[in-house]
Design a binder for this molecule. Sequence first.
Ligand SMILES: [Zn+2]
Ligand SMILES: [Zn+2]
Length: 77
Amino acid sequence: MVAIKCQRCSRITWTAVVCNYCGKVVCDKCVKTSKRVKRRDIAKLHICKDCWSNLEKRKMYRNNVPLIISEFVVPKG
Ligand SMILES: [Zn+2]
Ligand SMILES: [Zn+2]
């Protein structure tokens, strides 16, 4: 397994995801919510707690629209 440092709280995690609204690699504690989307480019949308407090970003999340599609893939141990 590869340990990843959360870019929001600096915690070391093994279950990081990339926030689709700021592009940060965040741990499960910093992800506000995630959901599956029917898109070709991404399977899931993630939004971190910082972006959740931004009304525009939250609205995009509600409408299943990602702001950032990261190339980062969380390595699987
Ligand atoms: Zn974190
Ligand atoms: Zn974010």
